[in-house]
Design a protein around this ligand. Structure first.
Ligand SMILES: C/C=C/C(=O)SCCNC(=O)CCNC(=O)[C@H](O)C(C)(C)COP(=O)(O)OP(=O)(O)OC[C@H]1O[C@@H](n2cnc3c(N)ncnc32)[C@H](O)[C@@H]1OP(=O)(O)O
Length: 258
């Protein structure tokens, strides 16, 4: 096992590079340092001819609680070269196949990053949510573009405006995941599917993925940039500050005056 960061493990074997969220005590909430490790791992996997497939995984109880809320309070708003945007750009433009194994909660970017994965397997305990509005924020990862395309406008609006969690079976029905299995089997299934891909001709995988995505790759990057500008501004506004304070103080936010 190669350690990219104490909370992000990167391990490459038989052409499959596996990136494992490993900050379980904090529900795999992603800090700026973790985004930097993720972005570096993506760049390394892209450049390494020995890597043919990438896998993202957590453990059987948690995929990721999304952006670390304390980090939101401490870090400056994202710029184009900030770790979170390097990560998002890296996953959105990754040329080789990306497989994800999702068990337990996948919050915020924990769900939206899946829109950039090619195959997504979920444990039957997976819970997906995009509670940006509840945090006084707006969508990221081009989810404001990709989610309405995938789900249809009203279902995307329900997911993004209400921000309520939905189950693995709902995600399967919505087309966000490929298959639902018991949590103990999920990482193994993702690895097995990645192994199958790794034995196929890489040039054909890359060209097939490129052709499926090239029609809107420019719009995806433009949506990400537009979202990032709004997100960076909203991080400093009263609604987000109230939401973050409430989370840190383990209380319900009060948006009545906002
Ligand atoms: C650009 C990206 C944007 C985004 O991703 S926006 C999304 C931001 N994320 C969230 O709003 C999720 C916040 N977290 C939660 O809603 C819940 O957690 C979970 C549903 C993920 C899990 O709930 P439960 O099983 O009850 O665990 P617990 O007691 O809430 O958390 C265990 C410890 O993990 C810390 N933690 C959880 N999520 C975060 C987070 N996102 N940022 C920082 N810390 C987090 C908690 O505080 C606590 O810590 P302690 O044991 O020290 O009290």
């Amino acid at each position: 096992m190669t350690e990219a960061n104490q909370d992000i493990l990167v391990h490459t074997a038989a052409g499959v590079s596996s990136i494992t969220f490993q900050r379980v005590a904090k529900k795999n909430a992603i800090t700026s340092a973790m985004y930097a490790a993720l972005a570096d791992a993506l760049a390394a996997a892209q450049a390494d001819a020995g890597v043919r497939v990438l896998v993202f995984q957590g453990d059987a109880g948690i995929f990721s609680a999304g952006n670390d809320i304390a980090d939101f309070l401490q870090q400056p708003p994202p710029t184009q070269d900030s770790p979170v945007l390097r990560f998002l750009h890296g996953i959105a433009t990754f040329a080789k196949p990306v497989v994800a194994s999702v068990c337990g909660p996948a919050v915020g970017i924990g769900t939206t990053m899946l829109l950039h994965c090619d195959l997504v397997y979920a444990g039957d305990n997976a819970l997906f949510s995009m509670p940006f509005v509840n945090l006084g924020l707006c969508p990221e990862a081009a989810s404001s573009l990709l989610l309405p395309q995938l789900l249809g406008y009203q279902r995307a609006a329900e997911a993004l405006l209400l921000g309520e969690p939905f189950t693995a079976d709902t995600a399967l029905a919505l087309g966000l995941v490929n298959r639902v299995v018991p949590p103990a089997e999920c990482n193994g299934l993702a690895q097995a599917q990645a192994g199958k891909l790794a034995r196929k001709p890489l040039s054909a995988l890359i060209e097939t993925k490129r052709l499926m995505k090239c029609g809107q790759s420019a719009q995806v990057l433009a949506a990400m940039a537009q979202e990032a500008a709004s997100f960076g501004r909203m991080l400093r506004e009263p609604a987000a500050r109230e939401a973050f304070a409430a989370f840190m103080q383990k209380r319900q936010p009060d948006f009545s005056a906002l």
